[in-house]
Design a protein around this ligand. Structure first.
Ligand code: NAP
Length: 250
């Protein structure tokens, strides 16, 4: 049975909502009563998801590498539903490749989307929550177990995710007295477009076989904590990281 919380009256902006985990976050937040602004670059996919969810959802084209897009995205969300009081900074790319082979541009792009984009998204949300005097602001940033585990082939990615965890703790401290809770979730491996091709390879299959439960997580594995962190019940939770990995790092 899935957890249900009362998010009615809340407005969430989810980045990376055109695919994978972000689409799921949009669906579950809406199913629990929130209005959801669905952000990403592929507007056609966002529009299909918004149509599926209904009038509680709006599709917002935005590239988190560009601050102007993030500002415009929050403007559009506000126009549709009022002040955003819940932010899920989820957009990310894999930045895969062995360090010795990784082009400089790929390192830059990975950090620009996963780290700079996540900070700018959280910051824009917080600025507006502070200006509007939002009572219970919620910011959830999606990191990864690679923030803590040595991850060959994911050097830039893992560095970006470690950065997200520490940036979130610092932002949590900056905005604590404004009533904004900032937390991170560090998921284990879940099959989505970001890693689908890898887990079909022989090394990818061997990696799955080494996990204690010999499986990837299901997308639904994050639902309960995401909903909790967006709810009033998370009032005393800020600056925390939640490793949700099906025991993959044990
Ligand atoms: P996914 O299916 O590939 O989704 C990635 C999302 O990010 C897409 O919606 C994509 O949308 C968006 N995105 C990428 N670049 C963007 C940009 N410049 N501006 C705006 N949106 C952008 O992968 P996922 O697994 O759901 O990943 C979601 C998050 O979870 C990522 O931060 C990832 O690092 C993290 N995570 C995933 C796993 C896993 O095993 N799946 C584990 C730990 C952490 P557009 O291309 O339409 O812009």
């Amino acid at each position: 049975m899935s957890l249900t919380v009362d998010l009615s009256g809340r407005t969430a902006l989810v980045t990376g909502a055109s695919s994978g985990l972000g689409s799921r976050f949009g669906r579950i937040l809406a199913a629990n009563g929130a209005n959801v602004a669905l952000g990403a670059r592929r507007k056609d996919r966002l529009e299909s998801l918004a149509a599926e969810i209904g009038p509680q959802a709006a599709a917002i084209e935005m590239d988190v590498m560009r601050e102007a897009d993030i500002v415009a995205g929050f403007d559009a969300a506000e126009e549709a539903f009022g002040t955003v009081d819940t932010v899920i900074a989820n957009a990310g790319i894999d930045g895969a490749g062995m360090a010795v082979d990784m082009p400089e541009e790929e390192i830059e792009r990975t950090l620009a989307v996963n780290l700079k984009g996540a900070i700018l998204t959280a910051r824009e949300g917080a600025k507006r929550m502070i200006t509007a005097g939002v009572a219970r602001g919620r910011i959830v940033m999606i990191a990864s177990i690679t923030a803590f585990e040595p991850s060959p082939g994911l050097v830039a990615y893992s560095a970006s995710k470690a950065g997200v965890v520490q940036a979130a703790r610092s932002m949590a401290r900056e905005w604590a007295r404004a009533g904004i809770c900032v937390n991170t979730i560090s998921p284990g491996y879940i099959r989505t477009a970001i890693n689908d091709a890898w887990f079909d390879t022989e090394p990818g299959k061997k990696q799955i076989a080494r996990f204690p439960k010999r499986r990837l997580m299901g997308e639904e594995g994050l639902d309960g904590v995401v909903l909790f962190l967006c709810s009033d019940a998370a009032e005393f939770v800020t600056g925390s990281d939640f490793v949700l990995d099906d025991g993959q790092t044990l």
